[in-house]
Design a protein around this ligand. Structure first.
Ligand code: ZN
Length: 265
């Protein structure tokens, strides 16, 4: 992706910190404010609509009456269907095998949630941004003078995992979210995102890609391993699997045992 386009996207998501348009931007080489990133992630939590941060939720008088409540500023940034696809991807971060998979298996976060870990290459910053349909929270851990958090020698010497976003920041997020949802007074619902229109479920062949063409293809009835994936209705795969297509693959027919000759009558 062109780094210039990334900078434009970042502005749309409310990032006001100047970003350097280098290719490494895509992996997080520019620093932004935590609160701006939390605001950017509201775009996904709200399926396309970003909420601007506000420092004051309301002002009450001495009788407890609300006298001032600054409105939430909302702006539509993405199509809901596209935002839903991104949420679906970022849910994977918190599942088994994801970079923050321990959020569920060790910290018992049991609500629908997506997130993203981050670590700088000198281990001076570790962060995690995560969200549910109702709350977005970000955690940054580091020293204010940008000193590395890695103990000299690292894991071979200390026996401890290196201070990544998943190790340092995600556990703080996970405990906060878990306790927030446990709070009965607050009563946050544990519902999942509602799938917006414009998304289709497609069945793909798990072994349909080749080195020359790494896209998964539509599964045929003859495909042995299939999985379901969601796509934008306007951007769904149209090509059928060629690996298991008996019309194209002579080997497929060879594997069928020959028909035994009929007994003479
Ligand atoms: Zn196939």
């Amino acid at each position: 992706m062109n780094p210039g386009i990334l900078v434009d996207y970042a502005k749309m998501f409310g990032i006001t910190t100047p970003l350097r348009p280098f290719p490494s931007l895509a992996i997080g080489s520019s620093e932004v404010l935590l609160i701006e990133m939390v605001s950017a992630f509201t775009t996904f939590a709200n399926l396309g609509t970003r909420a601007e941060p506000r420092m004051v939720r309301y002002v009450r008088d001495r009788f407890g009456r609300e006298i001032e409540a600054p409105p939430v500023k909302l702006s539509r940034v993405l199509e809901p269907a596209l935002a839903y696809l991104v949420v679906d991807l970022m849910k994977g971060v918190l599942e088994e095998g994801g970079t923050a998979g321990l959020a569920r298996s060790v910290y018992y976060v049991d609500v629908p949630a997506g997130g993203k870990t981050g670590t700088t290459n000198d281990w001076s910053d570790a962060w995690f941004y995560g969200y549910t349909p109702h709350i977005v929270a970000g955690v940054w851990i580091g020293f204010n003078d940008r000193m590395t958090m890695r103990i000299p020698g690292g894991r071979p010497v200390t026996g401890l995992p290196d201070p990544s976003g998943a190790v340092m920041a995600m556990p703080v997020w996970a405990r906060f979210i878990r306790d927030l949802y446990k709070d009965e007074e607050r009563g946050l619902p544990k519902d999942d995102w509602v799938r917006p229109p414009g998304i289709v479920e497609v069945e793909l062949c798990a072994s349909s890609y080749t080195a020359e063409d790494p896209d998964y293809k539509l599964a045929l009835p003859t495909c042995p391993d299939r999985f379901t994936e969601i796509f934008l209705i306007t951007n769904q795969p149209t090509e059928e699997c060629t690996v298991h297509d008996p019309r194209l693959n002579r080997d497929f027919w060879r594997r069928i045992p020959p028909i035994p000759p009929l007994p003479p009558n």
